[in-house]
Ligand binder design. Structure first.
Ligand code: ZN
Length: 123
């Protein structure tokens, strides 16, 4: 079985697997083997996904004091806000968290941004 035109292998990029030829193994005890390697050079581009069907950018706030583990929160499940597409919404969680844990005064904003990779060219 040969690769599709251009040497592209559906199994991935780089070196392909050696393939065994067909033969009557039981009759001769000898397995004809041929090595076949596919090498593909490709140039990839990585960029923020701004397509209309891209996942939304989401925001959350996380407590840095809870993250370092030295002074756990009263509720161990309460270390990060829920995700929101509104960057200001997680900030209200911060005020609730600091109210429940007055010594927790350091926070991290977590941003989840979709990216996409696409092949610019291959040879
Ligand atoms: Zn905390």
């Amino acid at each position: 079985m040969d690769s599709p035109a251009g040497g592209f292998s559906a199994a991935g990029y780089g070196a392909g697997s050696p393939r065994c030829g067909s033969g009557d193994q039981r009759a001769t005890g000898v397995v004809p083997v041929s090595a076949h390697t596919v090498i593909l050079r490709a140039e990839w581009t990585l960029e923020p996904d701004l397509e209309p069907d891209a996942l939304p950018i989401r925001y959350a706030m996380a407590c840095a004091v809870c993250a370092d583990g030295e002074e756990p929160a009263k509720d161990p499940a309460d270390t990060r806000s829920a995700w929101s597409e509104d960057p200001f919404e997680p900030q209200s969680w911060v005020f609730e968290h600091v109210r429940r844990n007055p010594m927790h005064q350091s926070f991290t904003e977590v941003i989840e941004r979709p990216w996409r990779a696409w092949m610019r060219k291959r040879s």
